[in-house]
Design a protein around this ligand. Sequence first.
Ligand code: NAI
Ligand code: MG
Length: 790
Amino acid sequence: MNKIAQIFETLEYGPAPEAPDQAYAWLDSHDRRFGHYIDGAWTEPGTTFSSDNPATGESLAQITDGSAEDVDRAVAAARAALPGWSALSGYQRGKYLYAIARAVQKHARLFSVLESLDNGKPIRESRDIDIPLVARHFYHHAGWATHLERAFPDHVPYGVCGQIIPWNFPLLMLAWKIAPALAAGNVVLLKPAEFTSLTALLFAEICDRIGLPKGVVNIVTGQGDTGAAIVNHSGVDKIAFTGSTEVGKIIRAASAGTGKGLSLELGGKSPYLVFEDADIDSAIEGLVDAIWFNQGQVCCAGSRLLVQESIEEQFLTRLKRRMATLRVGDPLDKSVDIGALVAPVQVERIRDLMKRGVAEGAHVYEPDGDVPSNGCFLKPALVTNVSPASTLVAEEIFGPVLVAMSFRTPEEAVQLANNTRYGLAATVWSENINLALDIAPKLKAGVVWINGTNNFDAAVGFGGYKESGFGREGGREGMGAYLKPKWEKALKPAAAPSPVTAAVRSANPLDSDHLDQTAKMYIGGKQARPDSGYSRPVLGSDGTLVGEVGEGNRKDIRNAVEAARSASGWANTAAHSRAQILYFLAENLDYRRAEFAARIKAQTGEDGEAEVDLAVERLFGFAGWADKYDGAVHNPPPRAVAAAMVEPLGVLGIVAPEVRPLLGSVALLAPAIAMGNTVVLVPSSRSALSMTDFYQVLETSDVPNGVVNIVTGDPAILAKTLAEHDGVDGLWLMGSVETSALVEKASTGNLKQTWTSRGLDYDFADPRFAGDYLLGKATQVKNVWIPYGA
Ligand code: NAI
Ligand code: MG
């Protein structure tokens, strides 16, 4: 070997430390003790705890453990700032966001060093990824603010937003939360995670420096109890949370029935699929980024490698070779790949999980070499000999641990990939564009990266399916999540339904001209008798018995959900075909208008003709939407495009309002099925006959079996069963305050998306329900990143 070749073989990186002096000087300027930042001023430090450097164990500063009173003060300050801030023009707010972005850039190195000191992440990442993305986020939202009136006409901010963030991307998560909130005209109370509050406190100083009006941004530090005080505060209008699925579920349950807005960005166990035709070197580099970026403490980490069996051995051998070159050590060393985990408790958590895994038979590979013995360091690890049921495959480890499994066919790859309670992200590697783009839509995840991984941009939405939470951050979706239509804020309580009087005539008065008709339920394309064997009366407005319907129970709901699940192919039916079927429904309902009008009149005493007209109009209208409410293509800075694909929620439970027995159901059913959802519908309990008549329209309109299922009965009981059912992906409930609270609480199991009317008067005759308001609720956006351009 000649000398130069030899040098390349033996080349070692020397240490390239980043100096912490300026960060220390900033901490010293606060005497290393912090209060909260409330109403544009620092409070006196209260009861404090230490924020440590996890690489050394040294204490960096004392920060205040926020009390309920502190939260109260911050909410009051925010509330007081709201009228002024929301009254500014979008342009004026945009200028403040622009100033924040500029200030973040001016102090970028201070922010990066402080972040790495407090969190343990390599300076290379905080300097090149976290902080530039923070600035990018504020710039992007300065633009949204400026164009808000045109982009979201007649929308208003929620008000006071309580934002709770985790420790893995401290300042970046702050930016994801604060930028859209402020752009929309909201005011904010944000609690950073207890391990990593320092950059949020430096951010407060930036807000001060640029002259942000006081009270618009309030930072309260503290632990879980402080977070809970924010969640439970009656003065908070919207909660945005990023963190563990466990705490996400606590927050869902705690906020049930309060009417607070809620977005949850939770955990993941994201699959990383490598097909046999992948560019293996790239796939391995991608994988390094997917699982060892930020020590694997990434909600969307590609922590589950699924590699095609034909290349498994070769791939794992090369992966191990690459793992051996990863440098673990001082986060402030510019040539370190893997820094420290955030805190000793996290290291312990990971070690415990690994012990459980090994006890179950998992094999663990770690490269040779040492890691610093002080501080929270772990080697990168590769786990094999696992199956889908293994602890290490099922649980989010949140550390530098990759689990590997293999698959034989693309079908098996999809099945394994989706075999998780999470659905945040997924990565696909294949040089075959047809294969990659065939797999992407089949993955149940909010973000899919093709031949790339961990791409983020402010213009592209991010967020999960299933137990990874709901709501999106970034992009138009994320912006919309901080706004609501003006009319929604003005909704009045619905008039209490008149009490049901006892039947004044006996059941089925025999009419000599007609045969007795039995209204059944409709499940899987078949008329079904209730499991209970009981019926319930349907009375007219004068108390006359006009008929009877089945008393549905849990079993009927379960059957209906099963039918709806097995009709999932509806989502893949071409939009044009779905439109044709909705048109056909409109046509057939129109054809029978007299009969339906008479039925409405008999049940409610109201003008049936007008209601049938509107129901036909809705079917016709949403048929027209089926092939128009679609996605967008974003052009983020890296060499990629992100296709924002509109997807249905899946199986949607709909509990229709008591009033308007036909329109109330059809107005909700039409957008749901137009977008590809399959539905379990509970019609008005008082006037169920309109919808039991409707299944005859369904049958004559080529609606595939299982796409619409109708279960009659007590809405409160059936709604609870739907809310608890893990096979239901979303639930709309038009009902009382109590039932709304009940279903929101009962929905925590699989974190299904709920939309409840909370006793408010949603008038589905209003044209505002003829368009994207309901289409938006019936869908979620999946962002698929595709390489594009050189
Ligand atoms: P965590 O979910 O407890 O912490 C996130 C934030 O929630 C922190 O600010 C915390 O103070 C706050 N919080 C805790 N309990 C709360 C409550 N009852 N009400 C309101 N706010 C509350 O996460 P933790 O305990 O730090 O980490 C545990 C595990 O959670 C990790 O090992 C990881 O698996 C997962 N995790 C996932 C994250 C993600 O982005 N997907 C982020 C952080 C943790
Ligand atoms: Mg810390």
